[in-house]
Design a protein around this ligand. Sequence first.
Ligand SMILES: Nc1ncnc2c1ncn2[C@@H]1O[C@H](COP(=O)(O)OP(=O)(O)OP(=O)(O)O)[C@@H](O)[C@H]1O
Length: 332
Amino acid sequence: MNGTSSGSATLRAPAARRSFARPVALVGRSAAMNAIKSVASTVASRQCTVMILGETGAGKEMVARYIHAQSDRCAAPLIPVDCSALSDTLFESQMFGHVQGAFTGAVRESLGFVRAADGGTLFLDEVGELSLPLQAKLLRVIQERCVTPVGDTRPHQVDVRIVAATHRDLAAMVREGTFRQDLYFRLNVVVTTLPPLRERAEDIVPLANHFLQKQAELYDEPMRQLSAAAAGALQRHHWPGNVRELANAMESAHVLAQGECIELSDLPVRLQSPQPASAETPELCLTELERRTIAEALRRTDFCKAKASRMLGINIQRLNRRIERLNISTRG
Ligand SMILES: Nc1ncnc2c1ncn2[C@@H]1O[C@H](COP(=O)(O)OP(=O)(O)OP(=O)(O)O)[C@@H](O)[C@H]1O
C-alpha cells in the first residue's frame, strides 16, 4: 500500500494541514465495485465508521481512499495507520501525539495520527492485528473522540471518520476471545466487502489496462494493448495476490514487451499456462506466493531490505514482519 498523505505505516504525523482533495480512480465495473461506490456516496456526508473486509491486495486501502475522496471531508487528510506496526509502549505517542520534551527523544511536538486526521479520515489498516490492550485504548478514542497527547494535561476533541480494514474474520476472533466484542460492534457500523479479484472477473481487464496506462505515463511511452491471448490468460489466473499481483504483472509485462502489444509470452510464466484446478486452499496459495515474491525481491536486491521493500511497495517494518512470519532467509 502506498500512503499518499504520509506513507502507510509512517509513524510521523504531517506537520501542517494541506488540501488533500484529489480524485481517486477506483477502477472496476463489477457488481461488487458498484456496491462499494454506492456505499461511498451514501456515507459521504456522515461521520459513520466504515469497515472494509477483503483479502490481502484486494484494494482495501484504495477503497478507503475512494470513500474519503467522495466525502465532505476530502479537503482534510486521510491518515493511514498500519495497526500491525503500532507498539504497545509507544501507542499513545503514535496515536495521540506528544508535547515537546514529554520524554527523552521528544525533541519537538508531534500531532499523532488521530489529531493529524482531524476533519478527515483515520484509516485503521489491519485492525485485526491489534493486541487486546491496544484494542481497549482504541475503543476509548472511538467512543470519546477525544485524545490527550503525552505530556499534556488538556484533552483535545477530534472530528474524524474512522475507516477500518482487515483480511481477518473478526467475528471468529471475537468468538476466540482475541478481538473485543465492544470494539467489533463499534467498528462494524457500515460493512463493505471487497471480493477477491478471481470472483470479479469483469474487473480484471479494466484494471490491467489501468496499470498499463500508468506504466505508459510513467515512462512517457505509448500504452501497450493486451493481445487476446494475454487477456484470456489474465481472466483464467486465480490471482492469489489479488489486484497487487495484477499490478506487478502489468509492470513487468510493460517492461518486457517488445512490440506494441502485450503478448502471452510477455506475462509472468505462472500466468502463461492454464492453472490446474488447485487442491490447495487460497490461503495456502497466497502464503506461498507471498513467500516466493519476498524471497525473489530479496535475491534481486542482493538481500538489501530497504531496496526489496521499495520493490515490493511495502514499508520495511512490514517486510521484516513478513520475513519473520514466513521464515524467509535473508542471506544469499
Ligand atoms: N479498484 C482499483 N482501482 C485501481 N487500483 C487499484 C484498485 N484496487 C487496488 N488497486 C491497486 O492495487 C494495489 C493494492 O491495493 P491496496 O493496497 O488498496 O490493497 P489492500 O487490500 O489494502 O492490501 P493489504 O491487504 O496488503 O493492505 C495498490 O497499488 C492499489 O492502488
